[in-house]
Design a binder for this molecule. Structure first.
Ligand SMILES: Cc1ncc(COP(=O)(O)O)c(C=O)c1O
Length: 428
């Protein structure tokens, strides 16, 4: 790890904690971050030449694995002609047409440069469309680092939030109400109280940033009904869950139709891209057609659009959801057998997302149900996996990502790692 350590020592002098996104810093698992240099298929190679099986997948975009040949060719072809023109380009039309063709909830969309921007812009659009100011989000859902979405539950019975980050004025947080996941009765009460003031409800398609908190179909159907009853728009943030589900999208998994959908990660194929979209009648409120302002110097740039298009084209041609379900059919029963007598550790998978949870008989559906000891146990598991050449996200709250480049060889490596964790007594 000599080169990684040298890079880290240099990095901490010029980048806070040596990173550009906090969770990369390994604070919650211990040790220092590993500097990666190359990706190939489902493997990463670090600055010292070590190889790792990659279950982090750059936090979600790489549904095809690293350097898929068609994505690489598309990027190279565009770069040969130039990489930003500040004008409309054919690549953004192609990607928008493909997304609109495949996602029935998205008639029109606007491309931005990150998931954070997508959610922020969708909420502005919802506020501009409904003429209401308040929004509702769920405890345990993450939507990027937008000020008024970095919000904690207020004390006691307070409905509206308090700032969860220094630098976020409480006044911003006060427009955001927090609702419990997996509690339809609680949600009904909240709507009865403030439903008519709510512009939009934003929910992660499948909450996957605070563990994998899969919600019941009844809960999501109930949420849709309440939004309709009180005239609030329903925003599905599918930045992470989109193109990761057996039904492609989380809204399709639940069989509900959101008013707006936020996309990111996979639709950029690993380039910085986000998008928000929905029915044309709502999207017509965006400038210059309507009065909701939103813009971006590099939005829809041809490199990112070509990478996203090539990724989605390959995704549909290979029927990636079916490929993933085949991998799941191999992994799930073997993991279940391995963990049958292990009380400390549970495994849950939906589409290409999976999560290990600790000290619970059932997979948690709320952030509050996650065991407090999870971080400590996961830290040990993470270290063991790393020693075996397996790179998992450096936090117990993060999900793992399968990708279409994986085979049973890689799944066996994961299973062997878990077997070793049981044998070494990390979990029992
Ligand atoms: C559900 C969800 N929404 C929004 C975001 C923010 O996206 P970005 O990091 O591209 O700004 C993320 C990032 O992990 C996410 O998982």
């Amino acid at each position: 790890m000599k080169n990684s350590q040298t890079l880290y020592d240099q990095a901490v002098k010029v980048l806070p904690a040596g990173v550009n996104s906090p969770v990369r810093a390994f604070r919650s698992v211990g040790g220092t971050p590993i500097f990666m240099e190359k990706g190939e298929g489902t493997y990463l190679f670090d600055a010292d030449g070590n190889r790792y099986l990659d279950f982090c997948g750059s936090w979600g975009p790489l549904v095809l694995g690293h350097r898929h040949p068609e994505v690489q060719a598309a990027i190279t072809e565009v770069v040969g002609r130039g990489w930003t023109f500040g004008t409309p380009v054919k690549e953004e039309v192609a990607l928008a047409q493909l997304v609109a063709d495949k996602l029935d909830a998205v008639e029109m969309m606007r491309f931005v440069n990150s998931g954070t921007e997508a959610v922020m812009s969708a909420i502005r659009l919802a506020r501009g469309t409904t003429g209401r100011d308040k929004i509702l989000k769920f405890r345990g859902c993450y939507h990027g680092h937008v000020d008024y979405l970095l919000v904690d539950a207020g004390s006691g019975l307070a409905t509206f939030g308090t700032a969860a980050s220094a630098g976020v004025p409480d006044a911003f947080a006060e427009l955001t109400a927090l609702a419990p996941l997996d509690d339809l009765e609680g949600l009904q009460k909240l709507f009865a109280e403030i439903g008519e003031q709510i512009a939009a409800v934003v929910i992660e398609g499948v909450p996957a940033n605070n563990g994998l908190l899969i919600q019941s179909h009844e809960y999501i159907a109930g949420l849709r009904r309440l939004c309709d009853q009180y005239g609030a728009l329903l925003i599905f943030d599918e930045v992470l869950a989109g193109f990761r589900m057996p039904e492609v999208m989380a809204y399709a998994h639940y069989g509900v139709q959101p008013d707006l959908v936020c996309l990111g990660k996979v639709i950029g194929g690993g380039m910085p891209v986000g998008a928000y979209g929905g029915r044309a009648e709502i999207m017509h409120h965006i400038a210059p057609l309507g009065k909701v302002y939103q813009a971006g110097t590099l939005s829809g740039n041809p490199v990112a659009m070509a990478a996203g298009y090539a990724t989605l084209k390959a995704y549909y041609e290979a029927d990636v959801p079916a490929v993933i379900e085949k991998l799941g059919a191999y992994l799930d029963p073997r993991m279940e057998a391995l963990l049958a007598d292990v009380a400390d550790l549970g495994f849950i998978r939906l589409g290409s997302l999976f999560w290990f949870y600790f000290k619970r008989a059932q997979a948690p559906r709320t952030a509050e149900a996650i065991a407090a000891e999870s971080g400590e146990i996961y830290g040990k598991l993470h270290r063991l996996m790393l020693d075996r050449g397996i790179y998992m996200a450096p936090s117990s709250y993060e999900v793992g990502f399968l990708n279409a480049a994986m085979t049973t060889t890689e799944l066996d490596m994961l299973l062997d790692g878990i077997k070793a964790a049981v044998e070494e007594g990390i979990v029992s």
